[in-house]
Design a protein around this ligand. Structure first.
Ligand SMILES: [Zn+2]
Length: 85
């Protein structure tokens, strides 16, 4: 297992990405991407340049991890069981 991953990381059996099973606030066990993602939020702008939307990095002071339900290219194949890894 690569050193930059949290304890308990396993590889998704569907796409081989590193994930961690973590307990959510509601008590469910959820597959989460082990490596943090860079997430952007749209920013309101009254005069957008050529109509292009503007974004800024979300919670730049925190590491954000994406649900593997959202990031796995094969999530449709294992979503019913909830166990990709
Ligand atoms: Zn996967």
């Amino acid at each position: 297992m690569p050193r930059d991953l949290p304890p308990g990381a396993v590889q998704c059996r569907s796409c081989a990405r590193w994930i961690v099973y973590a307990r959510t606030e509601s008590g469910a066990l959820a597959p989460i991407d082990a490596r943090p993602a860079t997430v952007y939020v749209f920013v309101e702008d009254e005069s957008p340049l050529r109509g292009e939307p503007r974004v800024q990095r979300a919670a730049a002071d925190q590491q954000i991890h994406i649900s593997h339900f959202a990031s796995c290219p094969n999530a449709g194949a294992w979503r019913a069981t909830g166990r990709p890894g």
